[in-house]
Design a protein around this ligand. Structure first.
Ligand code: PLP
Length: 469
């Protein structure tokens, strides 16, 4: 943990850490006035997804595809083999995934949801149920499009922003067993385990829990498919928090995480330090063959899957950089720096601090607003107005509607996600973010809610529009 500047002793024994890289290229950012931001967010229908990025000062919308690549990765882009079939960069990527994630077969996809589409189409039949440790938007949407339903089997602490459980992403084994007993293993094609759990605040799953899920599902002949999008971050938390793991390398822990599963979907845009790319990896040959057939329809040939050769090269190199212990320590360390600063300022956030983001607790900001007044959406808009910081709603808007009843899903967590891109912003940027969040918190009593005036049918949070009440 890097204590905030105020609490840090000025002399030894405390020693600061810093990032294991230096800056070679900079991208200037446009500064805006309050009046410009008020106009921009109103024009965007109070949805931060609809802002022009030119109007944003510090962009914490997502850590997806927003990382800064290294000079090695940029050099790798020049080695792109753009052959339609059999690109050498694909074989490099395949070997790298096999080495670091440990699966037998690899199908490249343009990003994570491409892999989710493939696995859902192959394994889910209409009427099936897919248990998972909290839903993720695109993952659940693909499960539903294939005729399945998602059932949440995350431990109850995941729904409590104040719980300090070190592994809030854990699967509730009793709930999973009860579901299998109730509906039968035949209707459960696989358990989807996200490492870490984005919607719970970037919270990790313990190795102990993963091993137990593997054992339970093996007894019933049910597959385990990981959402490995942030598995390296999860591995770091295991190293730091789980008994007996301190001395292990993050890369070793990552291999063990994956060994508790039959395959994974992956958005390379997060851990793997690239702007685009993903994959499906699997140990079962039949599933692999089916995925290799389907990928041609939806993504591209099975040796590029929607990526250019140069993108595959950058991702292969990014994977190797991502498992470096010094890299991941600095990545999570920056998130902790911001989180600790906010805690010290009394701003309500999800505890413990997660891997890729700080989650502001919008219910605690705005107890005067009902969930139908979209408190987290409103908070994200106020944050943007205050200092040009772009965050994302992760509450009732993101949760969407129940596909049977048409009612809103009403998640217990009503959060705003401040997502930290990898290797992009400095500690000074984090200070600005903390000060702005604190100012918005101080003005909480004047906050007004929103009403939704346009609602898209799928993944509404991306394009929904609102007006201030
Ligand atoms: C946990 C998780 N799973 C899946 C995805 C989907 O990945 P992509 O955005 O690359 O399609 C994301 C990112 O948005 C994610 O955070």
């Amino acid at each position: 943990m890097n204590p905030s500047a105020e609490s840090r002793p000025l002399r030894a024994p405390y020693r600061s850490w810093a990032e294991p890289w230096k800056v070679k290229v900079v991208e200037p950012i446009r500064m805006t006035t309050l009046a410009e931001r008020q106009r921009a967010i109103a024009e965007a229908g109070y949805n931060t997804f609809l802002l022009h990025s030119e109007d944003v000062y510090i962009d914490l919308l997502t850590d997806s595809g927003t990382s800064a690549m290294s000079d090695r990765q940029w050099a790798g882009m020049m080695l792109g083999d753009e052959a339609y079939a059999g690109s050498r960069n694909f074989y490099h990527l395949e070997a790298t995934i096999q080495r670091y994630y440990g699966y037998k077969y690899v199908v490249p996809t343009h990003q994570g949801r491409g892999a989710e589409n493939l696995i859902s189409k192959i394994l889910i039949k209409p009427g099936d149920v897919v248990p998972g440790n909290m839903y993720f938007t695109t993952t659940r949407a693909h499960q539903e499009l294939s005729g399945g339903s998602f059932v949440d089997v995350v431990i109850k602490e995941a729904h409590d922003p104040a719980s300090e459980h070190p592994f809030k992403g854990n699967v509730d084994l009793v709930a999973l067993q009860a579901l299998i007993d109730e509906i039968g293993a035949d209707r459960i094609p696989y358990v989807c385990v996200a490492v870490t759990v984005n919607m719970a605040g970037g919270q990790p799953v313990s190795l102990e829990n993963l091993r137990a899920v593997r054992e339970l599902t093996r007894r019933h002949g049910i597959k385990v498919i990981l959402d490995a999008t942030r598995a390296v971050e999860n591995a770091y938390f295991i190293q730091q928090r789980e008994a007996g793991q301190k001395e292990r390398l993050v890369a070793d822990i990552l291999r063990e995480i994956c060994s508790c599963s039959d395959g994974c979907t992956m958005s390379g845009k997060k851990d793997a330090l690239v702007n685009i790319g993903g994959w499906l990896a699997i140990n079962d040959q039949e599933v692999f063959e089916e995925a290799s057939n389907l990928v041609v329809l939806f993504e591209g040939l099975h040796t590029y899957g929607g990526m250019a050769g140069r993108d595959m090269e950058a991702m292969a190199l990014g994977i190797v950089e991502s498992v470096d212990d010094e890299h991941i320590k600095a990545r999570i360390g920056q998130v902790e720096y911001l989180g600790n600063k906010l805690i010290a300022m009394g701003v309500p956030i999800v505890r413990p601090i997660g891997g890729h983001a700080i989650y502001l607790d919008a219910r605690a900001f705005y107890p005067q607003l009902t969930q139908d007044q979209f408190p987290a959406q409103a908070l994200a808009a106020y944050l943007y107005e205050d200092a040009g910081i772009r965050a994302m709603e992760r509450g009732i808007v993101s949760a969407g509607r129940n596909k049977e009843t048409g009612d809103h899903h009403r998640p217990a967590l009503e959060l705003v996600r401040l997502t930290i891109p990898r290797r992009v912003y400095t500690q000074a940027h984090m200070d600005i973010v903390a000060e702005s969040a604190a100012a918005v918190y101080d003005a909480r009593e004047q906050a007004r809610g929103l009403k939704m005036v346009y609602e898209p049918r799928y993944l509404r949070f991306f394009q929904a529009r609102f007006e201030r009440l």
